[in-house]
Design a protein around this ligand. Structure first.
Ligand code: FMN
Length: 305
């Protein structure tokens, strides 16, 4: 039996362990609950929610690539009202933290979504998606603009007492500058990274393999990039970091924590091994025992360079 303290803090948000499920890869938790005991994980990040329902992009929306996948879902979601009426009741059955991810096409829409959702007790924190590469309105238009990221951070902070996590784009030259503005404007944490812009062609038809032409690359292919972004933020800005990008097993997760992540999210792996979260919790616990680490939070930023 493990004696390791697996709990971690992201600002004022306390998690029983650092394992979170990444936005867009487990819907609203219901599909994965057949394979994974959601009570055991640190938390779930919901699919991005927008004020009104969105259909997303036409198919083809997903394509496999070497060590990863490209997706251009385009933020298909049920919208705030249906989320509150039909998804929250299911999520309330579980003893885990709920982080609600919000996407929007304007600063006002981010604020309105946050304002409506903040009164729902089941929601513990918000992750603000300013970095979706697959939509024309919003998405990278925001995530690439440091002033807009600052504006969104302070605007949503103005309507909620709950922790605000800004999900950063890797498609920028200095991600740590974005983390700095988030901190300056009162944001509680950053998550890094969202997907990298990529594309793929069918060489017979010469057409893009995805309808949207470009998509977001995720999976093991992006892990070294994501790790470098986490490290860059850790070295330049004192803000809690949630690491994301290509984590497939507990060894990958440990690497993210060593590079600076206080917690981490699992994305693409959920499609391949839906119980990965449980295996990762067990693996990290054994690793800490073996390394004489009493509190897993000691791992965060423990790199020796
Ligand atoms: C099919 C799919 C849908 C996604 N949808 C969202 C989304 O709605 N909102 C968001 O912030 N990130 C979304 N993401 C990005 C993931 O949350 C995560 O940042 C990214 O996949 C990198 O992690 P991974 O390599 O572990 O998958 C999506 C990723 C995938 C693969």
């Amino acid at each position: 039996m493990s004696s390791v303290d697996l709990s971690v803090s992201i600002g004022s948000l306390k998690l029983k362990n650092p394992v979170l499920l990444a936005s867009g890869t487990v819907g609203y938790g219901n599909e994965i609950s057949e394979f994974l005991d959601l009570n055991k994980i640190g938390g779930i990040v919901t699919k991005s929610i927008s004020l009104k329902p969105r259909k997303g992009n036409p198919p083809q929306r997903i394509v496999e690539t070497a060590s990863g996948m490209l997706n251009a879902i385009g933020l298909a979601n049920v919208g705030v009202d249906e989320f509150l009426n039909t998804k929250i009741p299911f999520l309330k059955n579980y003893d885990t933290n709920l982080i609600c991810n919000i996407a929007a096409s304007s600063v006002e829409e981010y604020v309105e979504c946050t304002r409506i959702l903040t009164s729902e007790d089941a929601i513990d924190a918000f992750e603000i998606n300013v970095s979706c590469p697959n939509v024309k309105d919003g998405g990278l238009e925001f995530g690439n603009n440091i002033n807009t990221v600052g504006k969104i951070t302070s605007a949503v902070k103005g309507v909620t007492q709950k922790p605000i996590i800004i999900k950063l784009s890797p498609n920028v030259s200095r991600i740590s500058d974005f983390a700095k503005i988030v901190k300056q404007e009162g944001g509680d944490a950053v998550s890094a990274i969202n997907t990298l812009v990529g594309t793929a062609f069918n060489i017979r038809t010469r057409k893009p393999k995805i309808f949207n032409v470009t998509g977001g690359l995720s999976g093991p292919a992006i892990k070294p990039v994501a790790l470098a972004k986490v490290l860059e933020i850790k070295r330049n800005c004192d803000i809690p970091i949630i690491g994301i990008g290509g984590i497939m097993n507990w060894e990958d997760a440990a690497e993210f924590m060593i590079a600076g992540a206080a917690a981490f999210q699992l994305g693409t792996v959920n499609f391949i091994q839906p119980n990965a979260a449980e295996l990762i919790i067990n693996g990290l616990s054994e690793y800490c025992n073996e390394m004489n680490i009493n509190k897993i939070s000691e791992l965060t930023g423990s790199f020796i360079i």
